[in-house]
Every structure is written in structure tokens, then in C-alpha cells.
Design a binder for this molecule. Sequence first.
Ligand SMILES: [Zn+2]
Length: 260
Amino acid sequence: MEDNAAPLTDELANLLERVKPFAERTCSICGFRGYFGNCGRPPRIDALCPACGSMERHRLFWLWYAKNDDKLLAPVLHFAPEAILEREFRKKSGSMPGAYRTADLYGVADLKLDIEAIDVESESVGTVICNHVLEHVDDRLALAEIHRILMNHGVLIASVPLIEGWEQTYENDAVTTDAQRDLHFGQADHVRYYGRDFRDRLSEAGFVFEEVTADGASVVEFGLLRGEKFFICRKAETEQHHRDAGLVTRLKRWLRSRAW
Ligand SMILES: [Zn+2]
């Protein structure tokens, strides 16, 4: 026994040394400046803000949102809301009833909604926020439903676990148990691990999108995950919309021609 004791202690000391925070960071959400904690498995260093509980992707989103809050149209529907973001959104929308609502099928939320069959009127939502949800569900059904409920200029904010080096998303019908899903997809209730073809799924659902990526010095300052990204999606204009827009232009021209 004694022979093993020393190496084990060394190994633990070594491990503890390796999970120590690198440097002080800044939280883009609550403004905390100092050492962040670890989270995840395997642990990610400098990931968790000890003051507000934000993780890397929350801080990445908030960095963008702080400068682009006018890009999210009301009403906002936030699926599987992250507590930290929900708190901030509620603060901002406090005086506007119905401007921000949360939705979840199982957890506590304003609305109990199934993202694969959303019980919400078509073209009635300004913004859908859907972070780390699509890897749990039939994403083609979910994206079609989100597309349906969004207004014409509505916005979808989406993020998923994505391996940029993979051409194709990894799905596997032979993976059926919680333990297997945990091993293959990173969590017991995940059903795939996305490759960069995630973008094709967005396009096929009728979205055009831009990407916000954690890069450069902001990664160091705010404790972000290099290369992590989220997608800002809008409904691609359909031929019908073009026809409608053309009709409006012709109508305006006709009205101008009659002006005196
Ligand atoms: Zn914080």
C-alpha cells in the first residue's frame, strides 16, 4: 500500500496543478473580474464565472448582444432557457409584458412547448433563442417549426455542440442507451454531434445566417472557448416575399404617379 501512496499523491497534486485557473478574466455579463472556476467533463479551465454562473457561450452571446440588442425583435421566445440569460432578459423586458417568454417541454418555463410541434401561431414570434437544444431533438422538425412561427424578418439565435473539423454530423442508430449516448455524443440525452454541415440544416430549413465566433484577444479577456460560435439566422426571402415586395413597389409607384 505504502508503495502506491506517494505516486497517487503526486498524481493528484499534478492534476490539481493542471486545473488551476490561468489568469484573471472578465465576465461580460455581470462585470466580475477575477479567477473563473472549472466546469464540464473533462473540466474546462476558466469556464465558470463565480459571481453569476455564466459559461463561455453565455459570455460570447452577451458580448454580441450588448452591442446588438436592437437586432432581437419582440416577442422573444427562449427555449430551454439558460438561467443566467433568462435573468438578464427579464431585467431588460420587465416593463413590457409578453415581450419575453420562456418555453420548455419538461422544465419550469412560461410556456410548455414541444419544439418539434410548437403550439404557437405561425409568423407570430420576433425572435427564437435556441441554445444547445437541437442536439437533443429531431432538429429538422424543430427548425421547420421555428421557421413557421417566426415573423418574416424574425431572428433565430441558435448554437449547438459543433466539431468544425467534421464535414458531416455524427448520428448513429446503433447508439441507443444513455451510457452509449454519453460516450458517443457527449451527454446522455444528446442524439448527435454536429459537424460543419449544421449550416446545411439551417439552409434547408429556409434560413440565411451569420456566425459569431469566439476568437482573438476577447477569448483571453472574457474566458471564451476558442472557435465556439452561435448563429444569427433569418428567414430567407421566398419567391412569395419577392412577389409581395414587387407588388408594394409597383403600388407605391402608381400612387406617386397619381399624386398632384
Ligand atoms: Zn459573471
